[in-house]
Every structure is written in C-alpha cells, then in structure tokens.
Design a protein around this ligand. Sequence first.
Ligand SMILES: NC(=O)c1ccc[n+]([C@@H]2O[C@H](COP(=O)([O-])OP(=O)(O)OC[C@H]3O[C@@H](n4cnc5c(N)ncnc54)[C@H](OP(=O)(O)O)[C@@H]3O)[C@@H](O)[C@H]2O)c1
Length: 306
Amino acid sequence: MNITFCCAHTQADPWLAGFHMALPHAHVSEWQPGAPQADVAVVWQPSQQFIDEQPGLKAMFNIGAGVDALLRLRLPAAMKIVRLDDAGMAVQMAEYVCHAVIRHFREFDLYEADVAKHQWVQRKPLVRGEFPVGVLGLGVLGERVARALRQFDFPVHGWSRSPRSVEGVTCHAGQEGLPNFLSSCRVLVNLLPLTPETRDILNRETLSRLQPGGYVINVARGAHLVEEDLLALLGSGHLAGATLDVFRTEPLPADHPFWSHPKITITPHTSARTLREESIAQIAAKILAFERGEAVVGMVDPARGY
Ligand SMILES: NC(=O)c1ccc[n+]([C@@H]2O[C@H](COP(=O)([O-])OP(=O)(O)OC[C@H]3O[C@@H](n4cnc5c(N)ncnc54)[C@H](OP(=O)(O)O)[C@@H]3O)[C@@H](O)[C@H]2O)c1
C-alpha cells in the first residue's frame, strides 16, 4: 500500500516516522507535486492541486475532526473521507470549555482584577441553576463536553440534528428544536461542524434568544459566528461576554476588535489540538480496517457535510 502524506502547517518527518512504525508493510511518503499515484492519503487542508494530481486515491484520512476545508475542494464523487474521532481531542475540549464556563460563573476575571488592585473582596456566590449551559452539537466532542459540564452540576442542554440521548442532559433536535434550546440557555457552547446549514448560526437572531447575561463559547469554527452581531449584543448588554478559540480569519488580524475587547477572551485555535501519537495509532488502525474491507469508524458523509 502506498500512503501519501499531505498536511498543511504540519512538520511531516515525525508523522512519516510514526506511520513507518505503525504500518511497516506500507510505503509512506510526503506528497510533492508530480509524485506517483498513492492508494490512500493522510491529509490536512490539502490543495486542489493535490486532489487533481491524485485521482486514484481510494480514501483520505483527515488528521482532524472537522472536514469543512476538505469538502470545499472539488473531490472525485467516489472519494471516501475518514475523520479523526476523539484521539485525545475530547478531553482537551472538555477541559477548555469547563474552564471557560467556570471562569465566567465563578467570576474569576473580577477576582483577578481585584487582586491586581490589592483589594480583598468576597462576592456573593452566583446561583448555579441560573447558568444553564447549552451545547450546540452532541457529537464526539459535544457529548464529552456536555457530560463534563454535568459533573459540575450545571443544568445542561444539547442540540443535534437527529434526536440524541445523553444522561443528565436535556436534548433538543432539529431546526424546530432550536428556539426552545436557545431560550433554555444562558451559556452557549458551539461544537457544530461547519456546513452550509450551520454557517453563521451564531447571529443576532439566535444569540438574542439566549437568556439575559448570555455568554458565548465558540470552539468549533470561526465562520459559525457573525462577529458584528456578537459585538452589537455585547454592546447592548444582552450578552455578558464570550470566549473564542476560532475566528473567521486566522491568525486573527492585528487590528481586529476582539484582541482588546474587555468582555472577550481569545485563544489561538488551541482548544483541542491534534495529538500526533494518538492520531497515528488511530489512523493506522483505520487504514488497516479499510485494507481488510471492514467498516471504518468516522466515515464522513459529504452530502451531510460532516
Ligand atoms: N477548535 C478546535 O481546536 C477544534 C478541534 C476539533 C474539532 N473542532 C470542531 O468541532 C466540530 C465538532 O466535532 P465533533 O467531532 O464533535 O463532530 P461530530 O462528531 O461530527 O458531531 C457533530 C454534531 O453536530 C450535530 N449537527 C451537525 N449539523 C447539524 C445541524 N444542521 N443541526 C443540528 N445539529 C447538527 C450532529 O448531529 P447528529 O448527532 O444528529 O449527527 C452532531 O451531534 C468539528 O467539526 C470541528 O469544526 C474544533
């Protein structure tokens, strides 16, 4: 089996060494323009040139959970796309989101500001029941996040395309379930895939439905959020703040208002990183299953968009 590796922003050598170890029978090399046809590819944000020069690929294994960049390309109709599922990302996402929710709920920003002024101020504890958290997307990452939030006794709601059941989580589904889901929440966590249906889903209309003093945590994709609408709702006071890990333009432009907005906390797309060893082990297992003609977990449905 010939495996070609074509991953943007990724140092190839340690990945190639890992795949050599995990799949000793395979020939693994980094793709270069004009390279011979491979059987399968390991990819992250490959170029259209790569796709056009490798028409005989039987499958592409994405080294991330989101396949939005891949599905924007012109792909052969029969191309199989396999996403990474979890591979160490879910626990990172749970850490990140719980940290953001707790930091907001426990007012740690205000305490930090007091401490900086050498002020000993004890605030009245807020009521946990008044901070229901909603998780948009109850997939591999969203479900883990919802379960983690339940461990801290927050009321948790979840929203998915098809009906789901997660213990302790009030589940809502479909477009018809969205208004009720949003009005049930004060803190909103976005863990949807970016698809034509979900692009711009965090907008003035949807965010206005959150309970007053709403808080937005976007850890999915920047294009889910209409940035001007967030700024307007922070300005009006309907929203209390936001933690954002992903942006419409990345890296975030130097003059972007999010950098210095007092109610916005940003991080540089780091909430759940691809972990190399876990990912190599998972993709190698998927490639072996694919070679044997067995079902492969994490098969993407291009028509659905995720
Ligand atoms: N910031 C980071 O570092 C980072 C890292 C990894 C991933 N991500 C992002 O996180 C996203 C989610 O990852 P995942 O592994 O949890 O994805 P996943 O397993 O595919 O789950 C997606 C969830 O979203 C729901 N959904 C999709 N389209 C919907 C729609 N139109 N209406 C309602 N619900 C919809 C799905 O509903 P069903 O359950 O009905 O299918 C499912 O529950 C990725 O696509 C990626 O963009 C970000």
